[in-house]
Design a protein around this ligand. Structure first.
Ligand code: KG4
Ligand code: ZN
Length: 355
């Protein structure tokens, strides 16, 4: 079965073609991405209206590209998977309306996918493949959540941020350090040259006794620190910026790693899956690998290209959902909806007994 995946929830237009007849990563026949980062950088953040307009221009050519690269025709597509939410309303509407149009024209089902389900199942696209059950840490620009994943469509939220997402904290701190938007990757590059012990920044909610996170106080602490350290010329010295970046990153990584370990212990699970844009962070990766090894747990990361938003994870999530609930294929595409705010647990499938 051939699944066309479409992702337009934020600032990346992603399209992929996935063939369920082939095993895991081999099933990914082609995928293509257009990032709007350069367009939004001038504004220091995503401008929703510009995002929607750009998705409109990019989506159809990307679909054509993916079909051409995999040498398949539109007619051979059996289902269209699309991010239905959460995300920017207008941006989601571009993907869902195109998906519904294709579904109607081809007489094929359109399957709405939760963006975070795409992220949390994406590590299964690579070898070695984690086995259920596992803990998923979702760390992106919009989310910081720990989920217990029993099976496809069986998710329990264990804890999440009460304010800023980890990626948002990276981006806001990067902006304080005069790095271009979105600054997560640039900040972690800068941190490589810095001393992480130079400034002792708060580790918010480290000892809260639960699996909640908070990052807005950390961002404020960096703001106060930069104000204190900025000299009369209004510039921070380069080595100071690197030290702040490293100290900030260490604080975030400490908190994320401690909560992941607590989640593994609390649920007695032995596998941790990390996904979302911040999952690309090398310091987070090495810390989690080291800490998990200490307690005999394994950590799985999606390949770097699937850490950030992409169409492959949407097509793949749909493939796994169809496998768990074949009735999805019987859906008839009539119209479309978007869910800009959508709780992942609402997507849970009725229990079909094991998976
Ligand atoms: O998952 P994603 O592409 O989009 C959302 O759904 O939010 O995540 C983007 C976030 C941004 O905040 C970006 O700064 C952050 O991931 N990010 C990183 C790194 N690469 C991307 N944060 C820390 N270190 C990185 N290497
Ligand atoms: Zn995302």
């Amino acid at each position: 079965m051939l699944i066309l995946g479409i992702e337009t929830s934020c600032d990346e237009t992603g399209v992929a073609l996935y063939d369920t007849a082939l095993p895991a990563s081999a099933g990914l026949l082609a995928h293509a991405l257009h990032s709007q980062i350069a367009m939004h950088a001038a504004y220091g953040g995503v401008v929703p209206e510009l995002a929607s307009r750009d998705h409109i221009q990019r989506l159809v050519p990307l679909i054509e590209k993916v079909l051409a690269e995999s040498n398949r025709s539109l007619r051979s597509v059996d289902a269209i998977a699309v991010t239905e939410g959460p995300g920017l309303g207008g941006a989601l509407m571009v993907g869902t309306s195109v998906a519904a149009g294709l579904g109607l024209a081809l007489g094929k089902p359109m399957i709405g996918i939760h963006h975070l389900e795409g992220h949390l199942l994406s590590p299964l696209l690579a070898e070695p493949r984690p086995k259920f059950p596992f803990i998923a840490l979702l760390v992106s620009g919009g989310h910081t959540q720990l989920m217990a994943v029993e099976a496809v469509g069986r998710y329990t939220l264990l804890g999440e941020t009460v304010d800023d997402a980890a990626g948002e904290a990276f981006d806001k701190t990067a902006s304080l350090l005069a790095l271009p938007y979105p600054g997560g990757a640039a900040l972690s590059e800068l941190a490589k040259q810095g001393n992480a012990k130079k400034y002792l920044l708060p580790r918010p909610m480290l000892h809260s006794g639960n699996l909640e996170f908070s990052f807005s106080g950390l961002k404020t602490a960096v703001l106060m620190l930069t104000k204190k350290l900025t000299d009369t010329t209004k510039f921070l010295a380069d080595d100071t910026r690197a030290d702040i970046a490293a100290s900030f990153q260490a604080a975030v990584v400490d908190v994320l790693a401690a909560k992941c370990l607590a989640a593994l212990k609390q649920t007695d699970m032995k596998a941790l899956v990390v996904s979302g844009g911040v999952g690309a962070n090398q310091s987070l990766r090495s810390t989690l690998l080291r800490e998990a090894e200490r307690i005999g747990a394994q950590v799985f990361f999606p390949p770097l290209e699937f850490c950030t938003d992409n169409g492959a994870m949407i097509a793949f999530a749909a493939a796994l959902r169809i496998e768990a609930d074949p009735g999805l294929l019987l859906q008839v595409t009539r119209g479309f909806s978007v869910r800009p705010r959508w709780n992942l647990e609402m997507t849970n499938l009725a229990h079909h007994g094991g998976n």
